[in-house]
Design a protein around this ligand. Structure first.
Ligand code: SAH
Length: 371
């Protein structure tokens, strides 16, 4: 009894391939580029989850492909909705790694906050994802699946306005730029580039790569402190890409008309919230086409107990000072608090583990079973 078909272990997950690997893997079976593109879009735009559903291909070709490939897509395994309508999703990937994505409704348009990595290696002291440690890069398909699955959950129809998409979930998108870039190509034009924001700690070589792209999403920089000493204290990556080099890189970054770089500034009580700090930030950003988004830090039981937000009056003072110094400044609203969907609070649901301080590898083991 021999089966000539390659076993499941020899078949490849079509869904997890980068564009280049996909083209290479299918070249033996399909020689026309438009056909390849059709399958690629069926998978990643239409969300086909089975090769047999690729009705644009002949039955024979579908059968042939099924002998060599399979499709394993992420699944939503948990949902947590908070009173303000924010919904946090846990997604389980084909290898058991878990990621989170958050759907934030506001004034008729939703914002999807999506992940680029399962975990994060950067260990910023204020961030819960970093606390749990490094995981792995998401594939382009895994990035897109978050948008598609959540849109489906939200009952999005072709006539619904496309949501804003922010890469502010788990991970550092610029350390997985290839997959992020490929995902952006599939997302646009149904979502305009202007509605997509990629947030980064400031990986300079990757920002320089983005500067060469034909089309670019909005860029947000997690600044969080006005000098190297304090920034390095809370963001170890600052030792690799210090402020002077980062700011020089941002000043060179090409911006389309009317666009600005968003500077995210986490406000931490008695650490970086004084008027002198506002002045120093304004000085640092002088001449940069930037707007500032202040984020009062969200405390969390796994973080250092100094991670406390300033009181509302201090936040207001800081904002007004930056505005006076000519920097358009807003304060980020806390959303999805009670589901830990707020900034920097993304972690696998099952590992809430309040008070547990041991670092774990997210994705090392599944944290909850699919329903
Ligand atoms: N690695 C990228 C993308 C993650 S974005 C980046 O750092 O920009 C996550 C956003 O949430 C960043 O602006 C980050 O600084 C912010 N954040 C992280 N921890 C936070 C916390 N405890 N409270 C509020 N915002 C936080």
């Amino acid at each position: 009894m021999s089966d000539s078909r390659p076993g499941a272990e020899q078949r490849r997950n079509l869904f997890a391939l980068s564009r280049a690997d996909f083209d290479r893997a299918l070249a033996t079976f399909i020689d026309r580029p438009y056909r390849l593109n059709q399958i690629y879009l069926a998978l990643h735009r239409r969300g086909v989850e089975d090769i047999h559903e690729m009705t644009e291909l002949s039955l024979a070709l579908r059968a042939e492909l099924s002998r060599h490939f399979y499709v394993a897509t992420p699944r939503i395994t948990e949902r947590q909705r908070s009173a303000d309508g924010t919904c946090k999703y846990l997604l389980r990937l084909h290898d058991g790694a878990t990621i989170e994505a958050v759907d934030i409704p506001s004034d008729g348009r939703r914002t999807l906050c999506i992940s680029s990595q399962a975990g994060c290696a950067l260990a910023c002291t204020f961030c819960v994802t970093g606390y749990w440690g490094a995981g792995r890069d998401l594939s382009m398909g895994e990035i897109l699946a978050q948008v598609r699955l959540i849109n489906r959950e939200a009952g999005t129809t072709p006539s619904s306005p496309a949501p804003n998409i922010v890469f502010m979930g788990m991970g550092e998108p610029l350390l997985n730029l290839q997959a992020v870039g490929e995902a952006l190509e599939v997302l646009t034009p149904s979502t305009s580039w202007k509605r997509i924001t990629v947030s980064t700690v400031g990986i300079i070589p990757a920002i320089e790569t983005m500067a060469t792209w034909r089309r670019r999403p909005n860029l947000a920089i997690s600044l969080h402190a006005p000098d190297d000493q304090r920034r390095s204290q809370i963001m170890p990556i600052n030792q690799t890409y210090p402020l002077a080099e980062l700011l020089a890189c941002l000043r060179r970054y090409p911006l389309e008309r009317g666009r600005k770089i968003t500077i995210e500034y986490l406000l931490i009580r008695h650490f970086n919230d004084s008027l002198e700090d506002a002045d120093q930030t304004a000085l640092l950003l002088r001449g940069l086409r930037a707007k500032v988004n202040l984020i009062p830090v969200n405390p969390d039981s796994v973080l250092d107990e100094t991670m406390i937000p300033p009181d509302a009056a201090t936040v207001e003072r800081f904002k007004n000072r930056l505005n006076q110094r000519g920097l358009f400044t807003t304060v980020r609203q806390r959303r999805g608090d009670e589901v830990h969907g707020a900034c920097g609070q993304l972690r696998a649901f099952g590992t809430k583990a309040h008070g547990v301080r041991a670092r774990q590898e997210p994705g090392a083991k599944p944290v909850s079973e699919p329903r």
